[in-house]
Design a protein around this ligand. Structure first.
Ligand code: SF4
Ligand code: SF4
Length: 288
């Protein structure tokens, strides 16, 4: 089984709309939405939830009133000011480090698992989708990404899928590293703007750091021809294949509002360009 991850560095380059189109073109391939902070593949793929599970991503401190002698040690030690003057631990401020529980002389503090979100296996018209929802105010440390990737791999093996497609998070932090883990090819969606080009380079360096081959898609290439050429020059110099250019089109926004993968929206030129890019990606991943 090959594992393809679509990343972008910068958000808003069209990564998710293209990933949803690739899921539609791949047909019955397992897809996983690793962009758990801003999960929106479901808006385009309309999943019907088949199974769901809670995700516990950390710990929080609970102080037992009857055992607490109000010595103040926990308040003094907590670097996150999570212990109130009345000696209760505020669940939203507690980072779950466990220091207070380890040092409490009265052994009045216990650490409990923190419910951080939920994850789902769903059916879509294009095949199964594994996706997740972080709880309000919960932080994405990469653990939830690892969890849903593991579930997606299990499902893909069960279905004897030849390909797993992951929509990765933006940026280059822990969630991106978790989404890149084990990938055969990282496809970086960029656009010809200076911030996107800067972040594309960082994303390419992150993939290279993990010895993962990357390829680049230049989305909305025609909004700045000069920058599009600069991206191609960078790719040439760094031996990164360009999977293709996709033109700017008003249809992209309309397809998102209509909740339809771009490739199915009915803009022939755009559909042809996305299909050509997809064929190139398949060629690259089969060679990976
Ligand atoms: S360290 Fe323990 S005993 Fe002291 S105030 Fe905190 S919870 Fe109470
Ligand atoms: S677990 Fe850490 S962050 Fe939470 S209350 Fe205790 S010391 Fe503060």
């Amino acid at each position: 089984m090959k594992h393809l991850v679509i990343i972008s560095g910068k958000g808003g380059t069209g990564k998710t709309t293209l990933t949803a189109s690739f899921c539609a073109l791949a047909r019955q391939t397992v897809c996983v939405d690793c962009d758990v902070d801003a999960a929106d593949m479901h808006l385009l793929l309309h999943p019907q939830i088949r199974t769901s599970a809670d995700f516990y991503g950390g710990k929080y401190a609970v102080i037992a009133r009857q055992a607490c002698t109000q010595c103040g040690k926990c308040r003094e030690l907590c670097r996150f000011d999570a212990v109130t003057p009345g000696f209760t631990a505020d669940i939203f401020s507690c980072e779950g480090c466990g220091l207070c529980a380890a040092k409490c002389p009265a052994k009045a503090i216990t650490m409990r698992d923190r419910l951080s979100g939920k994850w789902f296996i769903s059916d879509t018209a294009f095949g199964p989708l594994v996706h997740a929802e972080l709880g309000i105010g919960e932080e994405n440390s990469g653990k939830l990404v690892s969890k849903i990737k593991e579930a997606a791999f299990d499902l893909a093996r069960e279905r004897r899928s030849k390909l797993l497609i992951a929509d990765g998070p933006p940026g280059t932090g822990c969630p991106v590293m978790a989404s890149l883990s084990g990938a055969d090819l990282a496809v970086i969606v960029t656009e010809p703007t200076l911030p996107a080009m800067h972040d594309m380079k960082r994303a390419a360096q992150t993939a290279a750091h993990f010895n993962i081959r990357s390829a680049v898609i230049i989305n909305k290439w025609d909004i700045n021809h000069e920058n599009a050429e600069a991206i191609e020059a960078y790719c040439r110099d760094n031996k990164i294949p360009v999977a293709g250019r996709i033109s700017f089109s008003q249809a992209a926004g309309k397809a998102i509002s209509a909740g339809i993968p771009l490739v199915q929206y009915g803009d022939k030129q755009l559909s042809d360009e996305i299909t050509a890019v997809w064929l190139k990606i398949q060629e690259l991943i089969n060679a990976a």
